[in-house]
Design a binder for this molecule. Sequence first.
Ligand code: GRF
Length: 192
Amino acid sequence: MAILASGSGSNAANFMVYFRNHPRISVSLVVSNNASAYVLERACKEGIPTAVLPGPAWEEPRQVLSLFDRYGITAVVLAGYMRLLPPYFINKYPDRIFNIHPALLPGFGGKGMYGMHVHRTVIAAGEKQSGITIHLVNERYDQGPILFQATVEVEPGDTPETLAAKVQKLEHKHYPKTIETHLLNNPNHTPA
Ligand code: GRF
């Protein structure tokens, strides 16, 4: 798989460790749109190849796809990736691109709903629960089929920061495992 991330990449790092000695699945490439993203350092330390593809680079489908082909990529995991993927890329990996959202979709998703904005909005709405949603990626924000959800309680006194910490724990616990199960149950994919 390839991991796409824009920032610190704690989920990406968690995948690198989880799949380090996996017999069937490996993290073979880490891509960021942002050359100074810390996730790139984390990948280098693990000995995983990296690439930086800023926005304009995605306008060259042949070059982008040949990069992913070079590393034998058949699945793509988004881990805090802040850009929409172009249709040619989504079409290349049907049902093989995954995202995690730090709330319970279909609520609290869509454009502008990322990072602390999500947790602030959940608390302001007086929600008793929040959680994580792992889903397939299509061309619309946060609207692909849901593969897995898990919940946390929003307790009185929770701040966006404390809620974010609880949600992140869930992300680390479930994201790699969910993708592993999905890939092992849906093998033999040859990219288009
Ligand atoms: C996570 O909260 C994830 O749900 C969202 O982006 C965040 C990435 O965090 N899609 P990190 O960079 O993996 O720490």
